[in-house]
Design a protein around this ligand. Structure first.
Ligand code: TMP
Length: 225
């Protein structure tokens, strides 16, 4: 079977260091001569991405919660063929947010779980999902002390607590389903970042990601169902 790149997703709450870790991993593997690229969602550069960006930074730009959910999903569909093309060319993709953020944030906004999942059915499913989070809920409350916290729409402590709960419920559900299904190879891991330095989190993340990049991936790409 032909080789392809792996799709590795880093998910988590705002300000858990996802983007920092995604950059570090890309650099690490690039320096080791591997084919690896960073993909970030939302991609704020596309036409749909520009609307999403306006919604996030301008609290007076209001949209129904269903509409913004569909826009986030549409933004992922805009990049689907590009993602697949790169994977099939053997490029490993490190993604900063995707489907799981879409569902955890929109259900925190009060939308129905199954309704939220449906627009993403058919998008490529990651081989590995890492969930960066705080073990201690109190550390979510401390986010408000960070510089510039609160500038974007969802940077509100109570909302982040709800997102954390929804991510956890969602990951438990997915993990249960994965264990029951004999044909899915997708893997989920939780990385706690409480009181850890960037280097310490990087060591944890690299340990989990390594085998997906260093060992040839011959599994067919899976899709959300
Ligand atoms: P960012 O800070 O990683 O750029 O993400 C922007 C915000 O958008 C963040 O608060 C999470 C939120 N989000 C959603 O609500 N739905 C989605 O589908 C995605 C990808 C992000």
């Amino acid at each position: 079977m032909s080789k392809r790149g792996s799709l590795i997703l880093i998910e988590g709450l705002d300000r858990t260091g996802k983007s920092t870790q995604a950059d570090l991993i890309v650099n690490e593997f690039e320096n080791a001569g591997k084919k690896v690229e960073l993909i970030k969602f939302p991609d704020r550069t596309t036409e749909i991405g520009k609307l999403i960006n306006q919604f996030l930074v301008d609290k007076n730009f209001n949209l129904p919660k269903e509409s913004i959910h569909l826009l986030f999903s549409a933004n992922r569909w805009e990049l689907k063929s590009q993602l697949l093309e790169k994977l099939l060319q053997g490029v490993n993709l490190i993604m900063d947010r995707y489907y799981y953020s879409g569902i955890a944030y929109s259900t925190a906004n009060g939308l129905d779980f199954d309704w939220c999942k449906s627009p993403d059915i058919g998008l490529p499913k990651p081989d590995l999902v890492l969930f960066l989070t705080f073990k201690d809920n109190e550390n979510v409350n401390k986010l408000k002390n960070r510089e510039n916290y609160g500038e974007e729409r969802y940077e509100i402590t109570e909302f982040q607590q709800e997102v954390k709960k929804n991510f956890e419920t969602f990951f438990n559900k997915e993990e249960k389903q994965r264990l029951q299904s004999s044909n899915s190879k997708a893997d989920f891991e939780i990385v706690y970042v409480d009181n850890k330095t960037i280097e310490e989190v990087k060591t944890d993340v690299l340990g989990l990601v390594k085998k997906f990049i260093e060992v040839d991936n011959t599994n067919p790409v899976e899709y959300f169902q």
